[in-house]
Write a protein that binds this ligand. Sequence first.
Ligand code: ATP
Ligand code: MG
Length: 217
Amino acid sequence: MSRRGRFITLEGGEGVGKSTNLAWVADHLSARGLEVVRTREPGGTPRAEAIRSLLLDPADEEPLDVDAELLLVFAARAQHLARVVRPALERGAWVVCDRFTDATFAYQGGGRGIAAARIAELEAFVQQGLQPDLTLLLDMPMAAAQRRLEGRLDRDGGARDRFERERGAFFEAVRRAYLARAAEAPRRIAVVDADRPLAQVQAELARRLDACLERWG
Ligand SMILES: Nc1ncnc2c1ncn2[C@@H]1O[C@H](COP(=O)(O)OP(=O)(O)OP(=O)(O)O)[C@@H](O)[C@H]1O
Ligand SMILES: [Mg+2]
């Protein structure tokens, strides 16, 4: 019987370095001989990625209702949990995921203004008690993260998605909601100052991960 794997999520606002560090975290764990599945939300399966496209599409001719947005996020999550995350954890693999439900509390809660209690109901319904074992919350001031994002958009020639088009106040609210969530779950959520050179951020991520590896045995 293999032991259940661990579920690690990376969180934070736009441009804080989640994707950059996700690859690094996955490599760090693989180097310790663990089977690692890297994935992301919303998405992670073909159908869930199709829901992601609906969520990110700016399509201004039909604004997306905030409750519809919330339900789409959880629909994608149910699919991702059923098809990818739970099977991986059950066979003993570790799952490293770019965003999860803390992002819903931050974006749909803090950003869109949906009550946390309503999000928590859907969280209980869809997750049935499943929570990440560790969440690495990359935190930095919005303006600095925006500059990084602009650097990336310039290099990609990429267009802004429906969230990236939001205003500063939206991202400030997202950041506050993330930090409030971290304050409520300090054992699970590690707040990492992301406004530093990558090597320093990754040194702290390594310390946090290795402490968990030790604790979990
Ligand atoms: N510590 C850092 N210092 C400087 N630049 C960084 C750092 N971390 C990431 N970057 C750069 O910032 C940009 C955004 O990083 P990345 O795409 O990983 O962020 P993200 O959190 O995944 O963004 P998004 O929310 O848009 O998915 C990239 O160009 C990346 O190379
Ligand atoms: Mg990313």
